[in-house]
Design a protein around this ligand. Structure first.
Ligand code: CMC
Length: 429
């Protein structure tokens, strides 16, 4: 892997030779692990130029707008696969054959229920608590229920924890919603598909069981696929970092959920709808575009821009198609908020500020519109992202633990006070 070398010349010191590592595709990386011996560290806040690990799961080419899971383009997975098949792929490295798929689906279905005792956790939260706050709590609490699979050094334990998380996330997400509504929580139904079951637990009640629309179930499944993994983003890196200390998988995923919550990351889907509400009318768009461009204003156009994609977000392209399908199925034509979103997109895509900075609509711009059309409340949007991303998080966690790894422990550039002595309290000014 290390054919080429880089030489770092540090003034007043001997040059340092650093190996250059080559991946299957993508840019080469300079291996700086040996740099510490020279008494220097690298400085890269925000990890703008740092690969934090080696991985075989997901590849992104941000300039070309390419996203591959285990080598397969996201567009093909969205069209020709389903969410549980994509989960199998992320977790195991290959798409399943028919028998492996049937086995995997059946195993996941065996684990959809949560321990009855877990229900009592919900009562500790206010009914108006943000669903992500409840999710951080209840997912972390799973560690207190599944002691039998917490040995992180045992591959079978890691496997069963991964399945438990994928299986139980829809149940927990729907429970969070039902709790906020004051409605009875619905048990999972294992005769339904993963997406149908989620919609069943969200929208049915014990007194009224309505059939689930296949178009909406397909849209939901596609949203899950499009959010399943995305390389070393903030929440995945958080899961890896938490896992590197030996923390149990449920605690690590709870940490991932917390990192996802922020509006710069998974919280953007909720923030898009909040922003559209704030803009209110097409006539106000120019004012908000001007705010987004103003360096002295912290406002950003939510759902636009991406750290890695400097071209179209391939997930956004598929999401836009799904958005059209869902709106057609639901007969939504003249929704003012939708009209506002489409006009905003049009204006932003032709504005030199956005063009120069390659700020395209990202996955969160369209997912919010679809979720809203399906009837999912805005505060649940990021929960759905977390539900779908759990498989990505746990795949990365498993990958890290199955090979040699070290605790993640970055260093810093210290700019505080140098060493000094304490002045007695009476003498301090
Ligand atoms: N609206 C207005 N200006 C923007 C925006 C935006 N949404 N995004 C970036 N910029 C500007 C930014 O001000 C900067 O301008 P300049 O070069 O003049 O200083 C330039 O574009 C580069 O932006 P950056 O903030 O340095 O880029 P970043 O890689 O650090 O941030 C981002 C990426 C996604 C956090 C940011 O684009 C953003 O906050 N977007 C809105 C939130 C959002 O939609 N997030 C969801 C991301 S996709 C889902 C996920 O993966 O979680």
């Amino acid at each position: 892997m290390a054919d080429k070398k880089a030489q770092l010349v540090i003034e007043g010191a001997a040059p340092v030779e650093l190996p250059i590592l080559t991946g299957t595709v993508g840019p080469d990386v300079i291996d700086v692990r040996g740099l510490g011996a020279s008494g220097h560290f690298t400085f890269d806040p925000g990890f703008m130029a740092t690969a934090s690990c080696e991985s075989k799961i997901t590849y992104i080419d941000g300039d070309k707008g390419v996203l591959l899971h285990r080598g397969y383009p996201i567009e093909q997975l969205a069209e020709q696969s389903d969410y549980l098949e994509t989960c199998y792929l992320l977790l195991n490295g290959e798409l399943p054959n028919a028998e492996q798929k049937a086995q995997f689906v059946s195993t996941v279905k065996n684990h959809t229920m949560v321990h009855e005792q877990l229900k009592s956790f919900f009562n500790g939260f206010r009914r108006d608590a943000h669903p992500m706050a409840v999710m951080c709590g209840v997912v972390g609490a799973l560690s207190a229920f599944y002691h039998d699979s917490l040995d992180i050094n045992n591959p079978q334990h890691r496997e069963i924890s991964a399945v438990r998380l994928v299986a139980k996330m829809p149940t927990l997400a729907a429970m969070v919603y039902k709790y906020s509504m004051g409605q009875p929580m619905m048990y999972p139904r294992n005769d339904l598909s993963y997406a149908e079951n989620f919609l069943h637990m969200m929208f049915n009640t014990p007194c009224e069981i309505k059939p689930i629309s296949p178009v909406l179930a397909k849209a939901m499944d596609r949203i899950f696929i499009l959010h399943a993994d995305h390389e070393q983003n903030a929440s995945t890196s958080t899961v890896r970092l938490a896992g590197s200390s030996g923390a149990n998988p449920f605690a690590c995923i709870a940490a991932g959920i917390a990192a996802l919550w922020g509006p710069a990351h998974g919280g953007a889907n909720e923030a898009v709808l909040t922003m559209l509400d704030e803009i209110g009318d097409v006539s106000n768009i120019d004012k908000f575009i001007a705010k987004a461009k103003d360096k002295n204003d912290p406002f950003k156009l939510m759902g636009f821009g991406h750290r890695v994609y400097k071209n179209r977000d391939p997930r956004a392209t598929v999401m836009k198609q799904t958005c059209d399908e869902v709106l057609r199925e639901l007969g939504i034509k003249d929704d003012p908020q939708l009209e506002l979103a489409m006009r905003l997109e049009e204006i932003a895509l032709t504005d030199p500020y956005f063009i120069e900075r390659s700020l395209y609509p990202n996955v969160d711009f369209y997912s919010g519109i679809i979720l809203k059309a399906i009837g999912i409340p805005t505060s649940m949007f990021t929960v759905i992202f977390a539900l779908a991303r759990t498989v990505g998080w746990i795949s990365h966690w498993k990958e890290m633990l199955s090979g040699p790894y070290k605790i993640g422990r970055p260093r810093q550039l210290y700019t505080g006070e140098p060493q000094r002595d304490i002045t007695a309290l009476k003498d301090r000014k």
